[in-house]
Design a protein around this ligand. Structure first.
Ligand code: SF4
Length: 180
């Protein structure tokens, strides 16, 4: 038996989460355009699953630059050196990403700005946060912000901006290299 018939048979499973997984898998294995109506047909009787969809895609990650002024041995991103500005997010890309973000049905959105080191491209960080604040006001949405940073470039002006816009900072404190 091929993969598709096996997955199709799971569409009749009594467990709604297995039916959901099967529908998702079929969206990848078969025609992606069919997954929307298929999911609707599958989930219509399962009212307990719909609230989860209403909370879908609340978190949106914006990689505003792949540049970083550090070179941590454990870095897991495709970090490039601080002088390579072509790895910065453009204004147009940021606007389009915000359009996508605000299409989410989640009542409370979270925008996390990352890198690389996002403070190397603070102009874009500022634009995204200011634009998102305006849109949230117009559309009566809740939005919160997190900037993931190594803190090395943080200055008083940035801190004042973050404080004024209720932005959380996320960082890590690394200990000394013991035994290396
Ligand atoms: S500070 Fe972050 S992005 Fe920069 S090199 Fe270290 S882990 Fe990678």
């Amino acid at each position: 038996m091929g993969a598709v018939p096996i997955v199709e048979s799971r569409l009749r499973d009594p467990d709604p989460s297995i039916r959901f997984a099967a529908a998702t898998a079929l969206g990848r294995l078969a025609d992606p355009a069919s997954v929307g109506p298929l999911l609707q047909a599958l989930l219509a009787p399962e009212t307990e699953l719909w609230p989860r969809f209403a909370q879908f895609t609340a978190l949106h990650l914006f990689v505003v630059s792949l540049r970083c002024d550090h070179s941590c041995a454990y870095c897991q991103v495709s970090r490039v050196s601080a002088d390579r500005t072509r790895y910065d997010m453009s204004e147009e890309t940021a606007r389009r990403a915000l359009d996508l973000t605000f299409r989410s049905p989640a009542p409370r959105l979270k925008i996390e700005l990352q890198g690389g080191e996002p403070l190397l491209h603070f102009e874009r960080v500022r634009q995204i946060i200011e634009d998102a604040h305006l849109r949230a006001e117009v559309e009566q949405r809740d939005v919160e912000f997190v900037v993931t940073t190594n803190l090395a470039l943080l200055d008083d002006d940035m801190l004042a901006f973050f404080r004024a816009h209720g932005v959380f900072l996320s960082t890590s404190l690394d200990g000394p290299m013991i035994g290396l």
